[in-house]
Design a protein around this ligand. Structure first.
Ligand code: PLP
Length: 476
């Protein structure tokens, strides 16, 4: 029920005292023609309304949330506390630079640490999301080739195990996309990559670990193949949670990278923002970046490089997300960062190993931070599809894994437990997965009917996508 439907004329809460100064009437032209349509509700009912809404959704604070490729981990509250400090929240982006040196120092320090973690030389915090970072990185690659008069490079290679945003970003940057298939081992097919490489290739976008949760074992050969045809290597680092502190993309031959601070570096997400997708690059690409922080004699200031691709977002990006990321890195330290990714990988492998007896794994190899199951066999045997298991999980207080993605695996369920879950939580989830498997065998109708404990059951997903109702129509 919408808050407007709970509204009753005249109901409300008086928080402000009566006006004790002469009222100033606005000029006729400045006045509203209609009364503002605001809900009228008591404070008590207002409070209950939002609590009710919160109870209807599932977040990391409610329970296990193994949504593959999304890194729905627990974000320590202290990082949020830091982002709540008035020195960070009560500044204005148009303030003179000398009055916000502390904030600029945060951006610079975060840049320094993230460059260290990725082995890049410079970074822009402007992009507001991972996909926005991809677009930015591709514009850097484009500007680089153009600056050398190399205009023949119109294609970007994207392996079929890439995140879906990769080909979309390449197309948006004006490139045509060359898809390279994966071999049966889930890694890029090297022979096919060699065929695709050539002097019309601007670069390669590699999602690593890829969307099936594997670290490409030929990664050095891959970047070498691209470099030797004159292309640049782009690392989709949204899944850095699996590798941070262990290996560095800059050491593996990558020239550009984006990170998802809202996945790996402690900004809660899932509700649609704000996010941050910083883009790091090697020194030779730095002349093309949006405005970068420069250390002047007395102060830090933003300077736009001469050959810059221009600004990618107003001001400095989503600054408070950067504050959380810095607090996260400072609290973990060098060892903690490494331990976080080790535990992310350990948790995923533990869960995969425990489920492997029942569920079919898409790739029977050690995984990184996530693993992909194929429910094709189960569906053939019992009629229970990946959706049915996912809906059954909902009735057990667990958020489903990512479904039907990656596209290269049939009836896929992609689970990413993350490092912040305890063994007890994992064990309980494993138990639930096993219980649902047996339910599929014994009473598949129960699974088809699930979920029965959620506020709504099965939704018309296609209808919602094709005919979204985005507006509320008031009666009067
Ligand atoms: C999440 C993700 C993206 C996209 O990030 P957004 O912030 O959602 O735009 C890109 N690549 C990979 C591998 C991802 O997991």
């Amino acid at each position: 029920m919408l808050i407007f439907e709970k509204s009753r004329p005249g109901r409300g809460m008086d928080l402000l005292p009566a006006c004790d100064v002469p009222a100033v009437e606005p000029a006729e032209k400045d006045r509203r023609k209609m009364a503002l349509h605001l809900p009228e509700i008591s404070e008590n009912d207002l409070s209950r309304h939002y609590t009710e809404l919160a109870k209807k959704s599932h977040g990391v604070n409610d329970g296990f949330y193994p949504l593959g490729s999304c890194t729905m981990k627990y974000n320590p509250k202290i990082n949020n506390d830091m982002a709540d400090l008035p020195g960070f929240t009560e500044v204005h982006p148009l303030q003179p630079e000398h009055t916000v040196q502390g904030c600029l120092e945060v951006i610079r320090t975060a840049e320094e640490y993230l460059c260290e973690i990725t082995r890049m030389d410079r970074m822009t915090m402007q992009p507001a999301a991972g996909s926005h970072g991809e677009f930015t990185g591709l514009l850097l690659i484009k500007a680089y080739h153009e600056s050398r008069g190399d205009k023949n490079r119109t294609k970007i290679i994207v392996p079929d195990s890439a995140h879906g945003t990769n080909p979309a970003s390449a197309a948006m940057a004006g490139y045509s996309v060359v898809s390279v298939p994966s071999g049966p081992d889930g890694c890029v097919d090297i022979a096919k990559l060699k065929e695709a490489a050539g002097d019309n290739i601007a670069g390669l976008m590699l999602t690593n670990p890829n969307t099936v949760g594997l670290f490409d074992k030929n990664i050095l050969e891959i970047t070498e193949i691209i470099h030797s045809c004159g292309g640049l290597n782009y690392y989709d680092g949204a899944n850095l949670n699996a590798v941070m502190g262990m290996v560095r993309p800059g050491d593996m031959g990558f020239d550009v990278i984006h990170l998802n601070l809202h996945k790996t570096f402690s900004t809660p997400h899932g509700g649609g923002g704000p996010g941050s997708g910083p883009v790091g690059c090697k020194e030779f690409l730095a002349p093309f970046l949006p405005s970068v922080l420069v250390d002047g004699k007395e102060r830090l200031s933003f300077v736009r490089p001469e050959q810059s691709i221009g600004e990618m977002k107003s001001f400095y990006g989503n600054f408070l997300v950067v504050v959380r990321a810095l607090a996260y890195m400072l609290t973990l330290g060098r060892d903690g960062i490494r331990e976080a990714s080790q535990n992310a990988v350990l948790n995923a492998n533990y869960m995969m190993h425990q489920l492997k007896g029942l569920y079919t794994m898409a790739y029977d190899e050690a995984c990184m931070h996530e693993f992909v199951m194929s429910l094709e066999d189960l569906k053939k045997k019992t009629g229970a599809a990946a959706t049915d298991i996912a809906k059954g999980l909902l009735d057990n207080g667990i958020h489903p894994p990512t479904m039907y993605f990656p596209l290269i695996v049939k009836e896929a369920l992609m689970a990413e437990p993350t490092e912040t879950e305890s063994k007890e939580t994992l064990d309980r989830a494993i138990e639930v997965f096993c219980k649902l498997y047996h339910e599929a065998e014994d009473d598949v109708q129960r699974l088809h009917d699930a979920p029965v404990t959620t506020p709504v059951s099965r939704l018309d997903e296609v209808g919602a996508a094709r005919h979204p109702v985005l507006r509320y129509h008031f009666e009067a």
